[in-house]
Ligand binder design. Sequence first.
Ligand code: SAM
Length: 406
Amino acid sequence: MPPCLICQTATVPIMDFGRMPIANGFLTPDEFASESFHNLRVGFCPACHMVQLTEQVDREKMFHDHYAFFSSTSRRMAAHFERLAAEAKELLTGRSDPFVVEIGSNDGVLLRHFSQAGIRHLGIEPSTNVAAVACEQGIRTISRFFDANLARELHQEHGGADLFFGANVMCHIPDIHSVAEGIRILLNPEGRLIFEDPYLGDIVDKTSYDQIYDEHVFYFSVLSVQRLFEKHGLEVVDVQRQDVHGGSMRYVLGHRGAHPVAATVGAQRNRELVQGLDRPETFAAFRARVERSRERLMEELGRLRREGKRVAGYAATSKSTTVTNYCGITPDLVEYISDTTPIKQGKYSPGVHLPVRPHEAFCADYPDVALLFGWNHAGEIMANEQAFQDAGGRWLVYVPEVKILS
Ligand code: SAM
């Protein structure tokens, strides 16, 4: 089996989703013939407990000048990052001329709060189209992939960082050792690394297999994050659950011994041991639940088609690519996907080629049922779509289980 990307131990296979297109690769019909596919396979390392993709897609195929994910599109996420910025600014009190670095800074959804406060900052964002949006707002951003070499360059040019952020990006980078080493180089002795990513414990608990796609190379737990960063002299000093992206974990780290370790770290580790995140059997049971979820979803969509009901997808998320392709959801089952992101509208979803239509099309002619691909924003979406429900529309959800909400 392929070696673990963290410790080189042979991984145990967990799940094989088969051939998959690029999750965020929404495309036009003239691009169908040249669409790129890869194997989506997941493995578990019995030694360091890292759950990971065992085959990776070239990063340039995912992060480029037409990256389709703009962080600020979600008001909920924008508010989440505003709160993080406010809390993090407290940590800078008393520091003269502090310096804040963020990787995967996207359109500046977090850094804008430091920029507006006149705090020295730098975003590192390889997808040039989203980086350009940040630059236009005066948020200092460079379009590079972060690694240890870049960290050395930046340290020479700017000095050390007091805060180093990474939201929903650390889990994207296969050469994570180079990133961790870069952080060790760039972080000041008293500095803090704060990062958050979808949490393995939630994925297992909710059977949210749609979190698994090409960009997400790692599925972190406290157990695996500790092992990874200790190799670079960095220590997890706090962890905090976050109710975003279907369940995330925020990890706070510092140089070993620089900060006291909060009780949350040991407590969460113990919960993970009880949940079995250190054992392959847990993931065999997860696979069985995923397979059952696929059967149930296809039964439900087949029944709706037989009854002549019109079904539309709601939110053309990256996650939806795993569900539509793994389950085989073709346009005869789901007419189109409604999405508010202009760059996706008029295009087709990766692999199964469901048309993506503007939200206005959804409102103009409601379907009978909306398949909720954006389930992680269910509260916000359902509140906004009261008129759809009032008109008799119903939601089909598949996390944590397949059911039609009445
Ligand atoms: N931080 C934002 C958020 O949480 O909404 C954006 C997350 S988005 C899913 C991941 C971002 O990481 C993309 O904008 C991508 O271009 C960027 N990225 C990918 N690899 C990177 C690397 N090696 N260094 C810095 N950024 C990277």
